[in-house]
Design a protein around this ligand. Structure first.
Ligand code: PLP
Length: 364
């Protein structure tokens, strides 16, 4: 049986007006012992500072190899339309050297501009302690999802997940000894009534009790869900966001298929509704640029993103510099370096790609 949308008759205006800020978030509640114990690696902090310096600067710190010894000096790549893309010597030097953990500056700024344009996130201007939106470029979105779940869960935790669910996330969750509370999906995606039912064994006030096993996380794939292919409606997302506010849940929005929605205009993301700073959004460059380039990005409240970045400092240090620079060049090739134009071009490129892929009429 197909569950009804929740709520059916509410106008968009009324739903919008219901999304009010609920509370100041206590982010340490969502982090496990290991994540709370992470501290910055001074060498990695230095890499961020060096990235702001002039290209002529020679740093004796941080173990940077001398880039004059790198065997590669320049690269030329050919795009599908036959045009050439040149990675000049300075860019290649940057690509082959250690760089800052959050991402190389120009790509980081591009990502930030894109999120601002597409999602208009309400928390972008918040203060750091108040869930200010921050970003992290990762080795594909899988890397971000894995690091988030590793930072935010401990053995025996109850986690809410839409089921059936992407096997890549199940593979992270299962060996961690988490107790999956399945939330049903139908043709309109996750059923908020079932989410409510799963939560009803707790009281919202249990979220204040550190001993309570009340779930803290809801993981969802809102568009083209893997494996069902279903997408959530806006009404459902708003109903789910309100439940997250009521029970103090963090929403993990795994959305690599956002740009392949059939619907126009796109259904607003959870990030775009996030007045509290309780959404961690995972985007991917895999599906329309390249999966082998292994790049994605996480957008979420700074106290959480900071912990994922600290984890990254101790694991891969940063996403591949070569991949980041090549991706940036591809994005720049699609538009001018003026970020507004560049992003508009990129969005229109994405839409054209999707049009080709799905053979839809050019009506976007
Ligand atoms: C729902 C979902 N999330 C995450 C990923 C991982 O994507 P990425 O290549 O960006 O790591 C996939 C890949 O298929 C996916 O389907």
């Amino acid at each position: 049986m197909i569950a009804p949308d929740v709520p059916d008759s509410d106008s968009e205006e009324r739903l919008r007006s219901k999304t009010r800020r609920r509370a100041t978030m206590n982010y340490s509640r969502f982090l496990n012992r290991i994540a709370l114990a992470r501290r910055p690696n001074p060498i990695r902090v230095l890499a961020g500072i060096l990235q702001q310096g002039p290209p002529t600067m020679i740093s004796m710190a941080g173990g940077n190899p001398n880039s004059y010894n790198f065997p590669l000096t320049e690269a030329t790549l050919t795009l599908r339309d036959g045009s050439k893309l040149t990675v000049d010597p300075d860019s290649l030097k940057q690509a082959l050297q250690y760089s800052a953990t959050p991402g190389i500056t120009d790509l980081f700024d591009w990502v930030k501009g894109l999120q601002k344009r597409v999602h208009k996130p309400p928390t972008l201007l918040n203060s750091t302690s108040d869930g200010h939106l921050d970003f992290l470029i990762t080795n594909g979105s899988q890397d971000g999802i894995c690091k988030a779940l590793e930072a935010m869960t401990s053995v025996d935790d109850n986690v809410l997940m839409e089921i059936p669910c992407y096997v890549g996330t199940l593979s992270i969750v299962r060996p961690r000894g988490l107790n999956i509370l399945p939330v049903n999906v139908d043709h309109n995606g996750v059923d908020p009534n079932h989410l409510k039912k799963q939560l009803s064994r707790w009281k919202p006030s249990d979220a204040k009790d550190p001993e309570s096993k009340i779930p803290k996380i809801f993981y969802t794939i809102p568009n083209g869900s893997n494996p069902t292919g279903c997408g959530q409606t806006e009404d459902r997302k708003r109903a789910i966001y309100e439940l997250a506010q009521e029970y103090d849940l963090m929403i993990l929005e795994d959305d690599p298929y956002f740009y392949v929605q059939f619907q126009r205009p796109y259904v607003p993301s959870y990030l775009s509704m996030d007045v509290d700073g309780r959404v961690i959004r995972f985007d991917s460059f895999s599906k329309l640029i390249s999966s082998g380039i292994r790049l994605g990005f996480v957008s979420g409240p700074e106290p959480i993103i900071n912990k994922l970045a600290l984890h990254m400092q101790t694991s891969v240090m940063h996403a591949s510099g070569l991949s980041q620079v090549v991706l940036l060049k591809v994005l720049q090739k699609m538009g001018s370096t003026a970020s507004r134009n560049m992003q508009l071009k990129w969005l229109s490129f994405m839409r054209r790609s999707v049009t080709n892929v799905w053979r839809q009429p050019e009506n976007i």
